[in-house]
Write a protein that binds this ligand. Structure first.
Ligand SMILES: Cc1ncc(COP(=O)(O)O)c(C=O)c1O
Length: 477
């Protein structure tokens, strides 16, 4: 262990050493159980006699800061208090004076995702971890953790591992008809970072950003944290109501393939109207296609990105659903004028995404393992989707209306009663050990435009579905 100790060479050296170790322990820099260097080693490092170190260690031992054990040596006691560095006698801790931007106090706390898996799990957008090919993924990652595979030891390209950029370009061209080549792709830490970078590159604080209402929350929090003005725009049966867009919006964030949370696709006329609107106003569109690799019928509609002739669309995608959210890999497919600024923004944010993970994912895609995993998951999710769709009509008949959905990992059911308390239902489900989300939770405005429930089936096997639906049905008003 590399202790940060500086002795001034004069006076009571053992006392100085003792005090500095006490500060490291009290400040939490030395944790309970951590082993201290032997007295011989530390004496050598500090150029003092071994007796000096032994005297300091004895005092620490006598006062209970350290313990000794044969075969281990001297280590920090398990019962010491670690409450921050001690202050000199007579001083009290000054009040905090660092100014934190007020917006951070106003924004919501990150969700607490530490709870155990619920008894019935209708959480939206959670992939089935039990079906994940851990063995193959472990082998792909392990293969990258060798000296020969990690490059020269320097940082990588901020735009991403070239093999992964090429693999993503092929993957989205085949699975989602996105028109792009290797150089259009920027690798990010998930969609959330892609949105962050796009916003940093395009917007000034105070700019207007239009979002779907109801809509996916994390980008809204992000825009607000950057000082943008967020405006909610209603969604109807065809997707975002383009006529309701504010003309001063500089950026529009949409989920056309599978609107989050309603689950409906944006119609082709609406897509064309949105592109026309963007061409007229000069705004940029972020097209979030987070889960449409899972499609269970119907013909996929052309992404905005491939319909776009003006360079108005930045398409963002993620490996959170097709792989796991914890690997934190996503991408942006951007028009050429944005490439340079986005690459710089990624560089200043975190230099580049974790290189061995990028390379492992590239090989996973290139040798067909991702496609195999996708085929398997499509079969599993399709069965759940069909089962749920069939059961919804009989379960909620006359109370909650299922919305049409042909893709992704969730469907939504809505109430036509403006007094329907979906938040109370979600709370009740939680009390019963389950988890289901209320549409109100995704509302941009205080008075929600739609009320109902989002039913995710990524983590809910068919065998548990009927029982879970019966529990929900039993608690409808
Ligand atoms: C609408 C939407 N966008 C994006 C994501 C995923 O984002 P990320 O790639 O940051 O995990 C999710 C997942 O929950 C989502 O629901």
């Amino acid at each position: 262990m590399d202790l940060r100790i500086e002795l001034d060479g004069r006076g009571d050296l053992a006392g100085q050493l003792y005090r500095q170790i006490v500060e490291l322990v009290a400040g939490g820099l030395l944790r309970p159980g951590e082993v201290l260097p032997s007295s011989r080693e530390l004496a050598g490092r500090l150029s003092v006699s071994r007796n000096t170190v032994a005297a300091a260690y004895e005092r620490l031992f006598a006062e209970g800061f350290v313990q000794t054990r044969a075969g281990v040596g001297t280590f920090v006691s398990h019962h010491v208090e670690q409450a921050g560095p001690p202050l000199p006698a007579g001083e009290s801790r000054p009040p905090r004076t660092t100014r934190i931007r007020p917006v951070w106090a106003e924004l919501a706390e990150p969700p607490d995702l530490s709870a155990a898996t619920p008894r019935f799990d209708f959480r939206a957008g959670i992939p089935d971890v039990r079906a994940f090919p851990f063995g193959a993924w472990r082998a792909a990652v392990a293969d990258q953790l060798r000296a020969g595979a990690v490059g020269s030891g320097a940082h990588g390209d901020p735009a991403g591992d070239p093999r992964l950029r090429a693999a993503v370009a092929r993957h989205v061209a085949v699975s989602r008809s996105v028109r792009c080549g290797f150089e259009d792709v920027l690798i990010t830490s998930g969609i959330q970072q892609a949105i962050d970078l796009i916003s940093r590159v395009l917007l000034e604080p105070g700019d207007v950003v239009a979002v779907e209402d109801p809509g996916y929350g994390p980008p809204r929090v992000l825009f607000r944290s950057q000082g943008m003005r967020v405006v909610g725009v209603p969604v109807d049966g065809e997707g975002l109501v383009v006529d309701a867009l504010p003309d001063d919006a500089r950026l529009v964030y949409v989920t056309p393939a599978h609107q989050f949370p309603l689950g409906i696709p944006m119609s082709t006329p609406r897509r064309l109207a949105l592109l026309e609107w963007a061409a007229r106003t000069g705004a940029t569109i972020i097209e979030d296609d987070y889960d449409s690799e899972f499609r269970f019928g119907g013909r996929p509609l052309e992404p905005l990105q491939s319909l776009d002739r003006q360079g108005s669309v930045v398409y963002v995608g993620s490996f959170s659903k097709v792989m796991l959210p914890t690997i934190r890999l996503g991408f942006a497919v951007a028009p050429e004028p944005l490439w340079g600024a986005l690459r710089k923004a990624k560089w200043v944010a975190d230099w580049h995404s974790v290189q061995p993970m990028q390379a492992a994912l590239a090989s996973f895609i290139d040798d067909g393992r991702l496609a195999r995993h996708l085929r398997k998951m499509r079969r599993i999710y399709a069965e759940r989707h069909h089962h749920l769709q069939a059961a919804l009509h009989s379960t909620f008949d006359g109370v909650l209306r299922p919305l049409p959905s042909l893709a992704g990992l969730h469907v939504s059911v809505v109430s036509d009663d403006p007094g329907f308390d979906d938040l109370a239902m979600a709370r009740r489900a939680e009390e019963l050990g389950g988890e289901v989300m209320a549409l109100t939770f995704h509302s941009v405005t205080d008075i929600p435009r739609v009320r109902g429930l989002i039913l995710g089936y990524g983590a809910l096997p068919v065998e548990q579905m009927d029982e879970a639906l019966a529990v929900l049905r039993g608690h409808l008003p």
